[in-house]
Design a binder for this molecule. Structure first.
Ligand code: FES
Length: 165
């Protein structure tokens, strides 16, 4: 009898722990707010589009064949490939003091008007004071979609190799 009661009490304790954990988990709406899914098939080559993720601007630049062909090793390391197409996807905030740099398609580069910092079309820094290239948001690739806020193997590899913080 004592044993049976103990077993029942144990099941009850696990049940209430599960219930407590459920109440700590964020609501589905809160969870969904942390993710942004981009359909990468809609972007046009050489055109910068600014998306939004967690209140931050996200630069998306589908690279032209000419850009892909001339990329240096550093630029290649920042390349995000979805369905065979190459993209620069990065948080559009200067890594100096957080201004939003502007893109010049003729120069294929970004200029931060605040203190003159510059970045290339791959988002790598080319002129100080920014200490590093644009940060790359956590991402996961699923078919032709890119989910910002989820960590996939491509992002993990970039982080581990120091391409992004
Ligand atoms: S904030 Fe961009 S150069 Fe200073």
């Amino acid at each position: 009898m004592g044993k049976a009661f103990g077993a029942v009490a144990g099941v009850g304790a696990v049940g209430s722990l599960v219930a407590m954990k459920k109440s700590w988990d964020p609501l589905p709406s809160v969870k969904a707010a942390g993710f942004t899914t981009l359909d990468m098939s809609i972007y046009k080559e050489g055109e910068l589009v600014t998306e939004k993720w967690r209140g931050k601007p996200i630069f998306v630049l589908k690279k032209t064949a000419e850009m892909v062909a001339k990329q240096t090793e550093n630029q290649k390391a920042r390349d995000i490939v979805v369905n065979g197409e190459h993209y620069m996807v990065a948080i559009g905030l200067c890594t100096h003091l957080g201004c939003i740099p502007g893109y010049n398609p003729d120069e294929q580069s970004f200029l931060c008007a605040c203190h003159g910092g510059m970045f290339d079309f791959a988002g790598d820094v080319t002129k100080a004071p920014p200490p590093r290239g644009f940060d790359i948001p956590p991402f996961k690739i699923e078919g032709s979609k890119m989910i910002l806020g989820e960590v996939g193997p491509e992002y993990e590899a970039m982080k581990n190799s120091g391409v992004t913080l």
